[in-house]
Design a protein around this ligand. Structure first.
Ligand SMILES: Cc1ncc(COP(=O)(O)O)c(C=O)c1O
Length: 375
């Protein structure tokens, strides 16, 4: 295997810096090859029981944390179809938060949006103002907007929502949980979710999430909740250490192994490592004339969207890095041609992020020399 392979090597050698799916440790890849089991067997219940024991520790909840064989988006839908009958307030400050609001309208729910510029965090005061205007059944928010590299103050947003309404708070923690502090119980997050391919550093295909008692009570009152995404069914089966439908067994083997790794590292140490990777990117950007898109004080610990200095073309930089066998993130959506995105999440470390940033310097030097010889 080469270093270009997304699963090869040790953290210090990684050349795969996509903002998800992220690099996966070889030990985790190995775990995917466990034997097939009936998901109603004791062996499965032993495996799932171990996961249900460990997963809540990462979500910081005394309740159950769940898995579902969908990508993260499946749980956006699960929360809405299981729990919500009234209007939804979508807090939108980037591509993913905007899309969650769009999903609510596509489901036929009356949806209002509080919109912030790309690069801005969600402002609790604006949320409070909107909540005073109307009664909402649920509020959706994205903690770390992967499209812009902005992290919002989820604790403050949760406080405003709970102090000023009875709305359920649904939090997308796709690029935050397992990478930075997410306190499900302490902050009162009613549904909080991620996908396996982000800070958990697993292959894609599995959603991981927790549901509050309040959200579960709302779901039990709702008559039509669909079937595959029904939180009531999911919780009832979890009580038997099972899933309602066939689970993605290979990913559960991998999750079991990876949870041991995450808990052995220590969840707070893991947050600190992500904080150190963010700082390495910020310092490098400052030294090299790159501007961080995210507003000051709201830089995500897991992903950074950077605007290159005058004269450096973002798309050419990405192309050059790809040619040098680095997997890198381009700007997202409308920022595709103007920004580069650095994923710094999962099991990679500061040394590997620094090597990746150094490669940007080499790529820019090669672009300059190419432009010089063409002139
Ligand atoms: C913040 C955020 N929310 C939701 C998603 C969608 O996740 P998935 O593709 O796993 O459904 C992503 C994917 O990158 C994301 O970054």
């Amino acid at each position: 295997m080469t270093n270009f392979d997304s699963t090869a090597g040790s953290p210090g050698q990684v050349r795969f810096f996509n903002p998800g799916p992220v690099w996966v440790r070889p030990q985790v890849m190995q775990a995917l090859t466990g034997p097939m089991l009936s998901h109603r067997s004791q062996a499965f219940m032993d495996l799932y029981g171990r996961i249900l024991e460990k997963l809540p520790k990462v979500f910081r909840t005394a309740r159950t944390a769940h898995t579902l064989a969908t990508s993260a988006t499946g749980v956006w839908e699960s929360a809405l179809v299981s729990c919500v009958e009234g209007p939804v307030l979508a807090l939108s400050n980037g591509a993913f938060s905007g899309k969650w609001g769009e999903m609510a309208s596509r489901l036929g729910l009356e949806t209002d949006t509080v919109k912030f510029e790309w690069g801005e965090s969600v402002k609790p005061d604006a949320v409070k103002k909107k909540l005073a205007e109307k009664k909402y059944a649920a509020v959706t928010v994205v903690h770390s907007e992967t499209s812009t590299g902005v992290i919002s103050d989820l604790a403050a947003i949760a406080k405003v929502v709970h102090e000023n309404s009875d709305a359920l708070l649904f939090a997308d923690a796709v690029t935050s949980v397992a990478g930075t502090r997410v306190e499900t119980d302490e902050w009162g997050l009613d549904v909080v979710l991620t996908g396996s391919q982000k800070a958990f550093a697993l292959p894609p295909g599995l959603a991981l999430f927790a549901v509050s008692e309040r959200a579960m009570a709302a779901a039990k009152k709702k008559k039509f909740r669909g079937l595959y995404l029904d939180l009531v069914d999911i919780e009832a089966f979890a009580a038997k250490k099972q899933t309602p439908t066939t689970p993605c067994l290979p990913l559960l083997y991998a999750l079991d192994v990876q949870l041991d790794h995450i808990l052995a590292e220590g969840i707070e140490n893991r947050w600190a490592r992500h904080g150190a990777m963010r700082k390495a990117v910020e310092d490098w950007a400052e030294r090299n004339g790159f501007r961080v898109l995210a507003e000051a004080g709201a830089h995500s610990p897991t992903v950074t969207s950077l605007i290159p200095p005058e004269g450096v073309n973002a798309e050419e930089l990405n192309k050059t890095l790809k040619g040098m066998k680095w997997t890198t993130g381009s700007g997202y959506g409308k920022l595709k041609s103007t920004n580069v995105r650095i994923g710094h999440m999962g099991d990679v470390d500061v040394a590997s992020v620094e090597a990746y940033l150094k490669a940007h310097e080499e790529a820019m030097a090669s672009m300059r020399s190419k432009a010089g010889s063409a002139a």
